[in-house]
Design a binder for this molecule. Structure first.
Ligand SMILES: [Zn+2]
Length: 520
């Protein structure tokens, strides 16, 4: 029975997000809460390729919640990163240029709509995510650094700077400079990072000089102008937020890439085991070739995407492709076929078409199997018994698939019913009570009037309509013993009880049936 195995496997196929959720739990163990994270530097428009990270984490968060886990989904805006490059498609370049080397959070919005360049890019995303059913907790890194929340992390990095340098150098062709520091300082005078660390006077103090000529020693518990470099900042924040899952793009995921070094630094410096990690591939626009990138200008952002595709279709594009596979987004005639296939999916969701390809295959195989069953030996009977077990599993899968749809529907129906029930009950009471009063009065009138007058009162007119009294015929049984047999139904419950107990009843015999029963 090789086909038996085939359909067992088919029923076991699960969505990639459910699979990853299980792996996270297996890797991190049972926890009261799982923190899943995503984040980006808002150094330009957040395009749909970057969006893949958000939706990937959202799908994992939802998969974890589905298996009963409590989840915190954090999204970091790395707006304390340095503004290094003016993005191609932004206006007011001459204004932006003055802010190069400053924190992104301090760069003005060239569109003059928001308080800063960072906020401009952040709001574009934050305002659209609810339309896609995504609600992360946003963390603003500039705010956190400036509030000195990471002082202990900075101290640890500084104390371990030699070891961190070694870990990073292991992956580098050219080692980092001898005086390399895991921390950078934004000059208090000119706000740029054109600074150099001169000394570490005490565990919380930094002495620095700037290209502008300024020089100072400060305590980073009191002034939030020190920031960890990206490769150190990332692992520090993992342990700070206790992150259990964070994916990263291909560019961070290669051997020796920032994910590799962050994992090593996290473990060795912060004694925190790195989050469960997956790599997600890039997305390209059909016809433009290659990876979407802000500098190339072949990007599309969420707003543009939403102007073409419905939110549910955008979600579906990402849901159906496992993150490790790249895919193309089309803006040509394919748009129509994508809509078509989505409509098909939607119809199947509501039961108009085959619900699930896996189930369809499994059931078809089971059907074929069943036709071929021919039991002549005890071995064959054993196989058939195994087969029945498999069918039970399959039946459970069908039920689970069905309930995925019926459960939420039933839940909402229950709510709707509860909402209207008191009104319906009150109205029924009002109607019954009033009808009784009318019938009572009508009976009273009938008693008082002569037969001639009776006809006149069967219709009573009011301003809103006419109340009509119908005369209906009904029956009452006066002697059950003289009713002919043709009108009688045997009492099966009583007969079965007595005959099984040994009684003899004319016209009834006791039989024995064999009913197969199997317990898994
Ligand atoms: Zn300066």
């Amino acid at each position: 029975m090789s086909k038996k195995k085939e359909f067992h496997e088919a029923t076991e196929k699960e969505h990639w997000a459910d699979n990853i959720a299980k792996k996270i739990v297996a890797d991190k163990g049972e926890l009261e809460e799982y923190t899943v994270a995503a984040g980006i530097t808002p150094s330009g428009v957040v395009h749909i390729g970057n969006f893949r990270e958000i939706i990937t984490v959202d799908l994992i968060a939802k998969a974890l919640r589905k298996i009963g886990k409590k989840v915190r989904f954090i999204y970091s805006w790395d707006d304390y990163d340095v503004f290094r490059k003016i993005p191609a498609n932004f206006p007011n370049k001459e204004v932006l240029e003055k802010y190069l080397c400053q924190p992104i959070v301090d760069v003005p919005d060239p569109f003059e709509k928001h308080t800063s360049f960072a906020e401009h890019n952040e709001k574009e995303v934050e305002e659209q995510l609810p339309n896609l059913g995504i609600f992360p907790e946003f963390l603003y890194q500039a705010k956190k650094y400036r509030a000195r929340e990471y002082s202990e992390g900075i101290k640890t990095a500084i104390l371990n700077r030699k070891k961190i340098k070694e870990l990073l150098d292991a992956w580098r062709k050219e080692p980092l400079a001898e005086e390399w520091s895991p921390v950078r300082v934004f000059c208090e005078k000119c706000n740029t990072d054109k600074t150099k660390i001169l000394d570490y006077p005490s565990e919380y103090e930094l002495k620095y000089s700037c290209e502008c000529g300024f020089e100072d020693t400060f305590d980073f518990r009191k002034k939030g102008i020190a920031k960890l470099q990206w490769r150190v900042d990332w692992p520090m924040r993992w342990s700070f937020e206790k992150v259990q899952f964070e994916p990263s793009g291909k560019e961070h995921s290669s051997d020796g890439g920032s994910n590799t070094t962050a994992s090593e630094i996290s473990k060795q410096i912060w004694e925190y085991s790195a989050p469960y990690h997956i790599m997600y591939e890039f997305i390209s626009i059909k016809g433009t070739g290659g990876k979407m990138s802000s500098s190339k200008g072949n990007t599309i952002d969420l707003n543009e995407m939403l102007s073409i595709y419905e939110p549910s279709i955008i979600r579906n594009l990402f849901v159906r492709t496992i993150p490790s596979k790249s895919f193309e987004i089309s803006f040509d005639s394919d748009v129509i076929s994508i809509y078509d296939s989505f409509d098909k999916l939607e119809r199947s969701y509501f039961g108009e078409e085959e619900i699930n390809e896996n189930l369809k295959t499994s059931v078809a195989i089971a059907e074929r199997e069943c036709d071929g069953i021919n039991i002549t030996t005890t071995e064959e009977m054993q196989e058939a018994t195994d087969f029945v077990l498999g069918i039970k599993t399959l039946t459970k899968s069908v039920k689970a698939e069905k309930e995925k749809i019926t459960k939420p529907l039933n839940e909402s129906l229950k709510g709707v019913r509860a909402l209207f029930k008191p009104f319906e009950e009150k109205l029924k009471y009002v109607l019954d009570t009033t009808n009784n009063k009318i019938v009572d009065f009508s009976n009273k009138l009938e008693e008082e009037m002569s037969v001639d007058e009776e006809v006149k009162i069967t219709n009573i007119k009011s301003a809103h309509g006419t109340m009509t009294f119908r005369k209906v015929k009904d029956i009452e049984i006066v002697d059950v013993n003289i009713i002919p047999r043709a009108y009688m139904v045997p009492d099966m419950v009583l007969i079965r009880k007595h005959v099984v107990a040994g009684a003899k009843i004319d016209g009834v015999i006791l039989v024995e049936k064999k009913i197969p029963s199997l317990r898994a």
